[in-house]
Design a protein around this ligand. Structure first.
Ligand SMILES: Cc1ncc(C[n+]2csc(CCOP(=O)(O)OP(=O)(O)O)c2C)c(N)n1
Length: 323
């Protein structure tokens, strides 16, 4: 695959997003162990190349429809780290102003749709967003994320079929981290790849190594160009592995230590760092500078979240809609 055209500044920006996403989630894990976080944390550590690579370069008007491991995509889309941290803390300055859990929140002004926990049910809604763009003759696109576990829910099939018929400007990004909670891929699929299903709906499906940031970026950019041109959807399956358990309480005893170590050796961050080093865009000193920068940004985000007020009781009755 040819390396996508990216300026040095863009590559540095992507590197920052990768490192920020990793540092943010490492801190979340720590804060969770310290009992400072309300609710569950669903770590995307190990999967950052997918969220950063697929969300990078989207316009503000484009939408992402993220799920529980897609923090990196929210950061790339421009949600401030402090606001995200306040959301995790359940504070008033969070995206949902303290009303809902971690990633059940969005910001339509930034093109981030806030989902629920029902696996697969985000995709028909993401299609609705893309259908809206089509009805208004806008060439904005929607990037919709889901896991391979979610891929086996009925809503996903309906969404993909509808997207194909309407030639919607949507990119379906399947993060195949090989386990749906404790269910291994081969126990839930009789096919080698999720991406082959696209053929049956009538649009392209590609299988990409999800730990390679530039491959994910290149595949997404091709799909986005297709979507903007009115040529319809693409399914991109990204193979990866989550390092942590399903959530922080899960020790993931259903998989082997060797498997984890094998995938840790394929960590997307050093892989991208090797590329940057070859291009003379990174050395030991600039790497350390980046480490210090993202740690500072996370410290500031935590301080912002800690100083943010708790919502008052009556606020629970605001922003509630009934037909
Ligand atoms: C409709 C529905 N069924 C079951 C669940 C419980 N559940 C939450 S996450 C999950 C596993 C999801 O696996 P996958 O889609 O592969 O994403 P991953 O967590 O591996 O990133 C399950 C079964 C749910 N949230 N919604």
């Amino acid at each position: 695959m040819r390396a996508p055209k990216l300026s040095d500044d863009q590559l540095q920006e992507m590197y920052h997003a990768l490192r920020l996403s990793r540092a943010f989630e490492e801190r979340l894990s720590l804060l969770h162990r310290q009992g400072k976080i309300l609710g569950g944390i669903y770590s995307g550590i190990g999967q950052e190349a997918i969220t950063v690579g697929s969300a990078y370069g989207l316009r503000r008007e484009d939408f992402i429809s993220p799920l529980h491991r897609d923090l990196g995509a929210l950061l790339v889309k421009g949600v401030p780290p402090g606001v995200l941290m306040a959301q995790v803390f359940g504070k008033r300055d969070g995206l949902s102003r303290g009303k809902d859990s971690y990633l059940h929140s969005g910001d339509t002004s930034l093109g981030v749709y806030g989902n629920t926990s029902m696996l697969g049910s985000n995709l028909p809604v993401a299609c609705g967003l893309a259908y809206g763009f089509k009805l208004r003759s806008q060439d904005h696109v929607v990037v919709a994320y889901f896991g391979e576990g979610a891929a086996n829910y009925g809503d996903v099939h309906e969404a993909m079929n509808f997207a194909a018929i309407q030639r919607l400007g949507i990119v379906f990004v399947c993060e195949n981290n090989l386990y749906a909670y404790s269910t291994p891929f081969e126990k839930a699929f009789a096919i080698p790849e999720v991406s082959v299903r696209a053929q049956a709906y009538g649009f392209p499906g590609v299988d990409v190594y999800g730990n390679d940031l530039l491959r994910v970026y290149a595949a997404t950019q091709r799909a986005i160009a297709r979507a903007r041109a009115g040529e319809g959807p693409t399914l991109i399956e990204c193979k990866t592995f989550r390092w942590h358990g399903h959530s922080e309480h899960d020790k993931a005893s259903y998989r082997t230590e060797e498997e984890l170590l094998e995938w840790k050796a394929r960590d997307p961050i050093p892989q991208f760092e090797r590329y940057l080093t070859e291009k003379r865009l990174l050395n030991d000193a600039s790497r350390d500078e980046m480490t210090a920068r993202v740690e500072r940004e996370i410290d500031e985000a935590v301080a912002f979240a800690e100083s943010s007020p708790w919502p008052e009781g009556p606020e629970a009755l605001e922003d509630i809609y009934a037909p």
